[in-house]
Structure formats: structure tokens, C-alpha cells
Design a protein around this ligand. Structure first.
Ligand code: GLN
Length: 391
């Protein structure tokens, strides 16, 4: 292998266990509760919008920041659902997935060597993207089951290098919703240390038990220093379309859009039409979405409980962390592989979300599955305890 041609910035980055488990899952023809594929049907409104746009030959570049129609629709949605006032001309950038938006934030707003603080458990792509951009990842361990953000701990995690704080709410993988009190505390601390705040709110509509998602940018003065990242993948079950967006103060959005233009020119134009259509969905659409996922959450949590894999019941998003520490596996990868091999259900080892050893006792299960497939997975999970006990 001509290793001399591999750049330092990517040399030490390991491919995510999320990817690896999908490969293992395919090999064993198992049910994939690992990667958050979100393979539920796409609403016809969204699919038809994109198909029609292709037929109508909306096939050339949009503005780098996205089509005017889509940005106007996003601005209306931000006002209606998030309480964010954003000028569609200058504060919104349509991106290649929310992953693309985070890449732009790292490249356009931070310098190599800058510290970025990630609450732990974190989404591995935030960590690896930060590394790829030459940033210095820093960690703020949050304790289960509440995963609370504690002022004293946040202050202790901040060093002179820290320039940015990542907030993923609802969280992948923990399902935690950051509370208003926590955000008020973050506002104080971020102001004091002049930190950039980058959010990931991709699961904003997937919230349970009547809880409400709060966009960090709406709390105190956080709007002045926050890049809010959102997207359509989870809401419309179009994870493969790669459609996301960022909202930020004008100068920040401008810098991100420069990077967006240079990397991608623009997000796929016909798909922008599809999601613009989707934003016309009535409020019931969002209520049904949350209710459907809550039912699925309850299905998987019941099965995990029955199998003795105690779930940390999520408040939002479509993942659940389950405690497997008592099963006696040395690593969470071993636990995930044993579950996969014995029951043909794939999960993600907790170590994918932790720097520390705390992840070794956890598995993450994704429940964005059809009721049939999830029901079958639940049935198989229930058999797991017996299987391991007999070893
Ligand atoms: N966000 C999804 C997950 O956490 C998909 C990740 C991915 O494929 N990069 O599983």
C-alpha cells in the first residue's frame, strides 16, 4: 500500500463502527438496528415533488445557498416550529445533509488546532469530522441516565484552546433533550468564554412523552454565536437524499456558504424541490411522526427489558442505549457481535460513542424500522438472554 500518499489528517481516523456493523449485518443477512438508516416510507408529497422537478428539468445548479423557494420555506418553518427568525437571504445555507453542514462549520469557522468540546456520548461523525478538519476534540462526559449538562463540569472541560461547543439535541445516541435551564447555563458559559456553539437538531421532530425540542439559538443570547444545523433525512425518511441546512448569523452563514460553494457547488436541485414540498405538510404529519416513533420506542424497550438489557429510555431521536455490562463481555464490540451472531440483530457497540471505557457496557439500537421488522427484531432480542446464559 502506498501509505506515503495518505494525508496526516486522515491517517489516524478509524472508520465508524456504524459502517462496520452494517457490513457485518449484510454478511449475516440480519436485521439492521445498527446504522440509523431510517428506512420508513418517504411521504408521497416529498417523493412526488422531487420526481416532478426532474421531469420539469430542474436539473441545473441552484444558488450555492439553496433555491429561493426552499430557503423561504425553511425560514417559515424555523419561525413556526423553532421560534427562530432567520432571513432567507443571508442566514440559511442548504447543505449536503446535516453532515455536510457540520463539515462547513468545521472548515469555515474554526482553525486547525482549535478545541471543539463534544458532550460524551457523542455522535462519532462529529468527532471524526472535527479531526479531519484538524480540530482538537475535547470531551465533556455526561452521566446516564439523565445525561445532564452540569455547569461545574462544563467549566472544567473548557481549556484556553476551546473555541466551540457541539450540542446534539435530541441526542444521538442517548436520546437526551437539552433543557431550557441547561441552555441558559450554556449561554452564560459560552458568552464568558466566547465560544461558538454548533448544534445538531436533525431529530427535532422525534420527541416523546409530550416533550418539546428547544432550539439552543432561541435561548438567551445564544443566537448570536450559534450555528443551528437541521435537516430532512429523519423527518421525511430520506437519509440517502443528503438534504440538510444550517442557520446562523449573517457573517457566519456567509463564510459557511463560501465553503459550501467550493466543496459542493450546491445541494441536489431536484431534491430541494422535494423537501420544499414536504415543508407544506400539515401539523398532523409531525404529530403522527412522533407518535409512531414513540410506539416503536416502547416496542424495543420492552424487548430489551425482557432480555435483561436494561434500556436507558430515550426522550427523543430514534435510538436507545441498552446496558449490557452484566453480560460479562470484555468489549461492547464483542457484545454486539454475540448478539448479531446468535439472534441476527445488528446493533452498534457503545464504544463508538465514547472516548472513555464507559461505552463498553452499552449497545445502541436504532428503532427506525417498519413495525413488522421491529417486531421480529424484538422477538429475536428476547431470546438473547437464554442464549448467553447457556454459554
Ligand atoms: N446518523 C445515523 C446513525 O447514527 C447514520 C450514520 C451514518 O451512516 N453515518 O446511525
Amino acid at each position: 500500500m502506498p501509505g506515503q500518499f495518505i494525508a496526516d489528517r486522515i491517517r489516524d481516523i478509524q472508520q465508524s463502527e456504524i459502517r462496520n456493523m452494517t457490513r457485518e449485518c449484510a454478511r449475516l443477512e440480519a436485521i439492521n438496528l445498527g446504522q440509523g438508516l431510517g428506512d420508513l416510507p418517504t411521504p408521497p408529497l416529498v417523493a412526488d415533488g422531487a420526481i416532478q422537478a426532474i421531469r420539469d428539468r430542474h436539473s441545473t445548479y441552484s444558488f450555492p445557498e439553496g433555491s429561493t423557494r426552499l430557503r423561504n420555506a425553511i425560514a417559515a418553518k424555523l419561525k413556526r416550529d423553532n421560534g427562530i427568525d432567520a432571513d432567507p437571504e443571508g442566514q440559511i445555507v442548504v447543505t449536503v445533509g446535516s453532515t455536510g453542514a457540520f463539515a462547513l462549520a468545521c472548515m469555515a469557522l474554526l482553525n486547525p488546532g482549535d478545541g471543539i468540546l463534544l458532550p460524551e456520548p457523542y455522535y462519532g461523525y462529529h468527532l471524526n469530522q472535527a479531526k479531519l478538519a484538524g480540530l482538537r476534540p475535547q470531551f465533556l462526559p455526561l452521566a446516564p441516565p439523565s445525561f445532564a449538562l452540569v455547569e461545574r463540569e462544563l467549566r472544567a472541560a473548557i481549556t484556553p484552546e476551546t473555541r466551540a461547543l457541539m450540542l446534539c439535541t435530541p441526542s444521538n445516541p442517548s436520546g437526551k433533550l437539552i433543557t431550557r435551564e441547561e441552555l441558559e447555563m450554556v449561554d452564560r458559559v459560552a458568552r464568558e468564554h466566547d465560544l461558538l456553539v454548533i448544534t445538531d437538531e436533525i431529530y427535532e421532530y422525534i420527541v416523546y412523552d409530550g416533550r418539546k425540542h428547544i432550539s439552543p439559538a432561541t435561548v438567551g443570547s445564544l443566537g448570536e454565536r450559534t450555528v443551528s444545523i437541521m435537516g430532512f433525512s429523519k423527518t421525511f425518511s430520506i437519509t440517502g437524499w443528503r438534504m440538510g441546512y444550517a442557520v446562523a448569523p449573517r457573517e457566519i452563514a456567509h463564510a459557511m456558504n463560501m465553503a459550501n460553494d467550493l466543496f459542493y457547488v450546491c445541494a441536489a436541485t431536484p431534491l430541494q424541490h422535494g423537501v420544499a414540498n414536504g415543508l407544506e405538510a400539515p401539523p398532523e404529519f409531525y404529530r403522527d411522526l412522533a407518535a409512531d416513533y414513540q410506539r416503536k420506542r416502547d416496542t424495543i424497550c420492552a424487548a430489551l427489558n425482557d432480555a435483561g438489557l436494561t434500556p436507558i429510555v430515550p426522550q427523543g431521536a430514534y435510538y436507545v442505549l441498552a446496558d449490557v455490562s452484566h453480560l460479562g463481555f470484555e468489549t461492547s464490540k464483542q457484545a454486539a457481535m454475540a448478539l448479531l451472531e446468535e439472534t441476527r440483530v445488528a446493533s452498534i457497540p457503545g464504544s463508538a460513542f465514547y472516548q472513555s471505557a464507559a461505552g463498553e457496557g452499552l449497545l445502541r439500537f436504532c428503532f427506525a424500522k417498519s413495525d413488522e421488522e421491529l417486531g421480529e427484531a424484538a422477538r429475536r432480542i428476547r431470546t438473547f438472554r437464554a442464549a448467553t446464559a447457556s454459554h
